[in-house]
Design a binder for this molecule. Sequence first.
Ligand SMILES: [Zn+2]
Length: 116
Amino acid sequence: MLILTCPYCGVKAEETELSPGGEAHLKRVGPGGTAEEFEAYLFARKNIKGVHFERWRHAYGCGKWFLAARDTHTMQVYGTYKAQTAHATDEIVANARQARAEWVPDWPQGSEAVVG
Ligand SMILES: [Zn+2]
C-alpha cells in the first residue's frame, strides 16, 4: 500500500485517504499556443518507469493538494512537498539519486534554477 506524508498537516496517509491528481508540474498552454501544444497539455503524459512526480489530494484529511515523488517501479516514496513548489526539494532529489543513480532531474539545477 502506498503511504504518503501530507506536507501540510504531517499525517502519514494511506492511499485510501488520498485522491490522485495525475502528473505533477504540467505547464499550461497560453492563448498563443497551437492546437498540438494544447492537445499535448491535455493528453500527453510521461508514463515513466522510475522516478515520477504526481499530484495527490489529502481528501480525507486537510483537503489540500500536494506533490509526491516516487518510483513507479519499486513504489519507493522519495518525499512529498507542497503543491506551490516549482520543483522537488534538494532532499527529495538526493533520495531519488541515491536509489537511482542514473536519474537526472529534468529542470535546471543550482545557479541555473529560476523560480517563477
Ligand atoms: Zn493533510
